[in-house]
Design a protein. Structure first.
Length: 114
């Protein structure tokens, strides 16, 4: 199960990198890619939540979940900018990606330790 979660977060990260590159170049961001990025990340977040609640207690997975929740909150902030048709600040994009990348690192570290 954790393997699937890691793969889903890696897919979301790939889409997120593509979106961040577009935003950095001030190019129009593709709505289907943004929605796909969000959908895959939410699915992975839900599966990780289920694993943390129902599975054996692994503190690194709990930490990863907390980091991904913070990253999701950053993603919601980016959505607000998108709905207002304003370009999001690159600092918010950077922090969203950084927290998610740290969360993925913690998740993989916890998974390797299982």
């Amino acid at each position: 199960m954790v393997t699937l979660i890691v793969v889903l977060f890696l897919l979301a990260a790939g889409g997120g990198l593509w979106l961040a590159r577009k935003a950095a170049r001030r190019e129009r961001v593709s709505t289907p890619v943004a929605l796909g990025h969000a959908a895959v990340a939410v699915l992975a977040l839900g599966l990780l939540t289920q694993r943390v609640v129902n599975g054996p207690k692994v503190l690194l997975l709990n930490d990863a979940l907390l980091l991904f929740v913070f990253a999701a909150l950053g993603g919601l902030l980016l959505l607000v900018f998108r709905l207002d048709r304003e370009p999001p600040p690159m600092m918010v994009i950077f922090l969203h990606g950084l927290v998610a990348a740290i969360g993925l690192s913690v998740l993989v570290t916890g998974y390797v330790g299982l």
